[in-house]
Unconditional design. Structure first.
Length: 39
């Protein structure tokens, strides 16, 4: 398991799952759903 964002405890697996479930195509969409990079 690779931690991508320590502040929000987001893993690479979380990102892949979110892309698959919601069809995210941009980093902005991922940030909105996961709070990626907002910690």
């Amino acid at each position: 398991m690779k931690i991508v964002c320590r502040c929000e405890d987001i893993t690479e697996e979380d990102i892949i799952k979110t892309i698959d479930e919601y069809g995210c195509e941009t980093l902005a969409e991922l940030k909105q759903l996961l709070r990626l990079g907002m910690g």
